[in-house]
Design a binder for this molecule. Structure first.
Ligand code: HEC
Ligand code: HEC
Ligand code: HEC
Length: 441
């Protein structure tokens, strides 16, 4: 590791556009809605559920070792991470009111406690199942795909039954729905009909007879309840999953959710199954720990799963076929070298007190940056913590946001990644930082 030495960037690369296209945010799906609505004049406005076919193999079920249905449902809710989205900071569990920022306005999650007036107390099991797996609520019609039903559609009847039993066993909380402030026309739910027709696949989970039961269990978790694709699968221009590149990496809330396939360069090719298992369980790995949106996933969801389930996820990811991430533009060599040199000084002045000059961090104060895989994967993962700060959940210290100009932030990202991430191409630009900043609300 280079301690305090400005690294030299090897090799000359083609000069490419220095503006780096920002991939669309998860919530940007809404921008597609209007386009799709106009394009699909034949869209059926009335919801017609696609018939779910009887499974050929026994339906998967989570938490079967737990003695009762409610405990099993609590486990399913952990795996599906239902609580964090449906709980406001300092709010009662599942009572809603967490504000989810979108490009088109704020969305508040609804109350899903069994209060009959303001929650879902009056809902039957089938109404609940239709909302969670099909994204259609009895009182509203189509739900926005902010709610992860595009993955939950793979959940088995048995897991939905347990989840329903658990949610209905929660104390009812009176908490009226907070009005959404989505701008016109995104506030028109019926426009979702066209989008659903094109993109919503509500077919059941199908086990693959060619792989082991453990790999199938991992597949069931990853594709269904644990909804990893919602953040890690790239989306096309209209906000639908790019089905040709599952889990190949995508932008979520300004961060880069890296490639989870076995690609050796841009994915988890260098991680052992044990490394993936340790990462999801909240244990140390040689590749750096989770932060930003992934920190919440690990803290609230995967670290509560059984060893068997996290090992199953690891086994499934470990046998995915490699897909290389699409690379963004790189700076030409002289611009890059100048940026890294300025970044060295800016890192020394702003970051080294906590992360140390070599990036090895200080236990209990700041995590190591050196060798951190998610930072090598994209400059977005350095830019976001610097411009927005990190909230430091579950006992960690938080990291403050820095008031630095766009070029300095880009320089720091280029320095950190080349000095500590083994990356040989500098990619961060002031334009990229400005556009990430513009999307912060
Ligand atoms: C990423 C955040 C997120 C996650 C994770 C999430 N939800 Fe939601 N959920 C929402 C939002 C936002 C809505 C409101 C959508 C709308 O009004 O169109 C919603 C709507 C619902 C509704 C409809 C309620 C109503 O009054 O219309 C139910 C039921 C529900 N969620 C249950 C669940 C369950 C059960 C889980 C876990 C399996 C879950 N949600 C996970 C964000 C989330
Ligand atoms: C809410 C969005 C979100 C969800 C859901 C999510 N991830 Fe992530 N994940 C991220 C982001 C953003 C990063 C990069 C930041 C980091 O490393 O903490 C990341 C990083 C990772 C990494 C480290 C990769 C690397 O190259 O360092 C692994 C492994 C991972 N996620 C696995 C998963 C698995 C498995 C699931 C499903 C159980 C999942 N993630 C669900 C957003 C998400
Ligand atoms: C006051 C101490 C402090 C300073 C100064 C500081 N950081 Fe941090 N940094 C932290 C802490 C604490 C975390 C973990 C926060 C969390 O995960 O919620 C963190 C996390 C990070 C992460 C995510 C990696 C991970 O595993 O959590 C990156 C990237 C990062 N810092 C980069 C920087 C850069 C670049 C600078 C200088 C502009 C900087 N930090 C300055 C304390 C600091």
């Amino acid at each position: 590791m280079t301690h305090g030495i400005v690294p030299k960037l090897p090799g000359s690369k083609e000069v490419m556009a220095s503006t780096i296209a920002q991939a669309s945010r998860r919530w940007r799906v809404f921008s597609a809605i209007l386009v799709v609505c106009v394009a699909s004049a034949t869209a059926v406005w009335v919801f017609s559920p696609v018939r779910r076919q009887a499974a050929a193999t026994p339906a998967p079920a989570l938490g079967v070792e737990l003695s009762n249905e409610i405990q099993r449902g609590a486990y399913v809710a952990r795996a599906a991470d239902c609580a964090p989205c449906h709980t406001a900071p300092d709010g009662k569990p599942f009572s809603g009111g967490r504000i989810l920022k979108t490009d088109f306005g704020d969305m508040a999650s609804p109350n899903i406690t069994p209060d009959t007036e303001t929650g879902i107390g009056g809902w039957t099991r089938n109404e609940f199942a239709t909302a969670v797996r099909e994204g259609v609520a009895p009182h509203l019609g189509f739900l926005y795909p902010t709610m992860s039903y595009t993955s939950y559609s793979k959940m088995s009847d048995s897991d939905i039954d347990a989840l329903y039993a658990y949610i209905m066993s929660q104390p009812p909380v009176r908490a009226p729905r907070t009005e959404m402030s989505l701008s016109f026309p995104f506030n028109l739910r019926m426009l979702l009909a066209g989008w659903r027709k094109l993109y919503f696949d509500n077919s059941e989970f199908k086990a693959d007879p060619a792989v082991s039961d453990v790999v199938n269990r991992g597949a069931y978790l990853v594709q269904g309840a644990a909804h990893c694709a919602e953040c890690h699968t790239p989306r096309d221009a209209l906000g639908g999953f790019d089905r040709s590149r599952p889990l190949a990496g995508a932008t979520i809330d300004g961060f880069w959710a890296p490639n989870l396939t076995t690609d050796p360069k841009t994915g988890l090719g260098g991680w052992s199954e044990d490394d993936i298992y340790a990462y999801l369980s909240g244990k140390d790995t040689p590749h750096g720990g989770p932060f930003g949106p992934m920190h919440e996933v690990v803290a609230e969801s995967t670290s509560h799963l059984t060893e068997g389930d996290n090992r199953a996820i690891a086994a499934y990811l470990h046998q995915l076929k490699p897909i290389e991430s699409v690379s963004t533009g790189v700076l030409d060599r002289s611009l890059a070298q100048a940026s890294v040199t300025r970044g060295y000084a800016a890192y020394k002045a702003n970051c080294a007190a906590c992360h140390r000059m070599g990036g090895d961090g200080v236990p209990g104060l700041a995590p190591p940056l050196a060798g951190h895989h998610a930072l090598s994967a994209s400059s977005q993962n350095v830019i976001m913590p610097v411009i927005a700060g990190l909230s430091g959940q579950t006992g960690r210290l938080s990291m403050p946001a820095f008031e630095l100009d766009d070029q300095t932030v880009a320089d720091i990202a280029n320095y950190v990644r080349s000095a500590m991430g083994g990356v040989t191409d500098a990619t961060a630009t002031a334009d990229q930082v400005a556009s990430a900043r513009a999307k912060l609300h």
